[in-house]
Structure formats: C-alpha cells, structure tokens
Design a protein around this ligand. Sequence first.
Ligand code: ZN
Length: 229
Amino acid sequence: MGNLVYDFLQLVYPRNCTACSKALQKEEHVLCTTCFADLPWFSLGEMERNPAYLVLSSLYDLSIFYAMLRYADQNVSQRMIQSLKYKDDPQVGFLLGQLLGRRCKNKIAKDAVLLAIPLHSTKEKIRGYNQSEEIVKGMQYECLSWQITTTVRRKVNTVTQTKKSRAERWENVADIFEIQDMSELQAKHVVIVDDVITTGSTILSMIKCIMLANPKSIGVVTAASPSKI
Ligand SMILES: [Zn+2]
C-alpha cells in the first residue's frame, strides 16, 4: 500500500495506538513502537512472588503458571486491558494472545486444550465478545496444534468484584462454573487463560470445577497481573 493511500485511509479510518492514542504508522499494529518498547514484562523472579501464584501453587501442582505483563496504574499493560474490556477493541486481545503464545510455546504441551475464563452470557452480550477468548485465539495462532474449548460456562452473574471485601470476593466465586461436556477436558492438558489475574480466586474456582473432569494436568496463564494486591 502506498503512503498516499495509507494517509488517506488514516483520515477516513484512523488507526491509533491503544495505549497512547497516537496515530499508528503503516507498519505498526495496535501499539506504537514506543509503547511496545514500554511493555512491562515480568521477570522470572517476580513470578515466584506473584500473589495468585503463591495461593494456587500451595494448593495445586500446576503444569505452568505464567503472568506476562505487570498490571499497574496507567501503564501500557493496564491501558491495553482497558481498551480490550471497555473500548470494543478485540484486536488488543489477539495481540496479547500472540505475545503470550510465543512466550509459553515451549512450556505448554503441543496437544493442550486452551480454556478462556467464561463471562456470564449477559455480560458477553453487552461487550460483544469475551476478552479472554480473544487472547486464546491469538495464542492458538502461534501454535496451531493447541485446541480451544468453551465447554465451561458461568452459572451466576457475580456482582462487580471490586465493590466487595477480599473475604467476600473469595466466597463470591465458589461454584460459579459448570462443565457442559466432561470429555472435552478428561485426560487433557488443560490451560486456563485469563486477561488479568489478581487474587486468583476466580482461577481457584475454575480449577475446582475442571478437576471434576479428571484432566491430565492443569496450567494457568494470564496476559497481566499486578505484582502486589
Ligand atoms: Zn503508543
């Protein structure tokens, strides 16, 4: 595409960086080069201190726990997640999934089944998509042998987590998921995929639920996570 055509399209359909809103160059996608360079990657040492990891790994033997980006006030990672959740921008999820897939490729079984944390159906209808499913699609693009399942559903519509105390949050998420078809998870290497993991309470509830299907292993990956809560 010539620059003139690009400049014209940018006038009609402006493409802007999801994190800083600057107009994107022709070769840039979702994020501008500056914001891409600012992505707050977690180091391995930080992973071992991740609050959700500490809780989950004390209870279960996970095949993998991986949090990719540090989620902090106004950083690139938080802006991306906000665009993904509230600005009707599923492309952000696909990009996060590609980055996640590239980083986890060698740590996840080739025949793994990816499972996005499901939204309640009314929430999904309002948003138009499930943000974690968009991440899953991007991951699979990086490793085509991974399967995707949507066999777990959310039973009840939980009240916004942030308005509750920490103890209430844990109670609130007990038994919120149900499996439609056990055979999609049975004897499989299941990897749970989320956009942001904070306390890990939702993930814990998901693990409890999918244990019922007797999977071969369970792993957890997330695009972002705060380093402390
Ligand atoms: Zn930018």
